[in-house]
Design a protein around this ligand. Sequence first.
Ligand code: FES
Length: 363
Amino acid sequence: MRLDRHRVAGMTSAPSAPAMRYDLVVVGTDGSATARPVEEVAIAVARAAGGEVLFVSAFQGDDGRHSAEQAVEEALARALAAGGKARTEVAEGEPAAVIMEVADRSDAKLVVVDDAGMGERRRLRLGGTADRISHSMPCDTLIVRTASAERSEDRVAYRKVLLATDGSSTATHAVRVGTELARGMSAAIEIVHVKDEVMGAVIMKEAVALLGEEEVPGHPLSGDVGKGIAEAARGFDLVVVGNKGMRGSVRIHMGKVPDQVSHLAPCDVLIVNTVDRSLDDLLPSEGAVVTIDGKKVAAYREADGAVVLLSPRCRHRGCTVGWNEVAGTWDCPCHGSRYDAHGKVFQGPATGDLGAAGSEERS
Ligand code: FES
């Protein structure tokens, strides 16, 4: 792989201050040794953004409540000792469902998870907590490689960050978010970009201008994009990708590229939620959660072009439903409730239909 450097003449602006995007970072913990580096990364990211950590622990049955409370209290003490802001929540249920429910209800901007069940050999065995959350959450997901040989015990902040872009507006959004985080941690930034050399030069020029730097090292890619980004991430602490497929259908909620990178990259992976649909994007017989006047709405376009607007709040416990493109249904990532395209429930635990847009009723 070739490494090039890109300059923008006259670009001398100072790095911008870290933005407040990650004002609330949710992280699950069970108090185990594996959870510790994940907690520490969450604390470091929240501190870099001037935000707060919400430690969440799940339990099943009264016997587990005490250890769940102990896990979050110990994490809270460590966060406060590190100078961070934090709070805690425990809830009964399956861990991934509890984390998603709390993050959704809290309007968290980032969920931090460990990489249990991921890795190259397990790439085809999806369904672990990290996969469920990264595929379902309407916010960013940071996957922490707990077993990485490059993760030293005293390093929680990122020193080298790789940003992936294909020049699209959604990838540019991921670059912007990754830059904010890298700047907050005083990390060095490099860019990996897809497409040919001519397009690559244009993409790099735009990215360098966006960063406000004079020069940024760039890594042009060819061939399998997902694998290429994962390989380019060797030697970095973090790689940042958007959750929309960098190539392929924009209708896929999380494309092949971010999925491959999340499984194959040897370092931590930040998947930035770049999916931002509008009513105009909807094709006939397609649905999506869109934002109208600052509010999330589950919108479905009928075959004849008419649009049905529903509340995206699951009638079980209020998680945000997502559009299942294959089945043409609204599915809830938290506990599996499903609704048809018009919001009629056909699979529990929810017992009521999705309300009209603007209603927030729960069953
Ligand atoms: S919140 Fe439980 S199934 Fe939706």
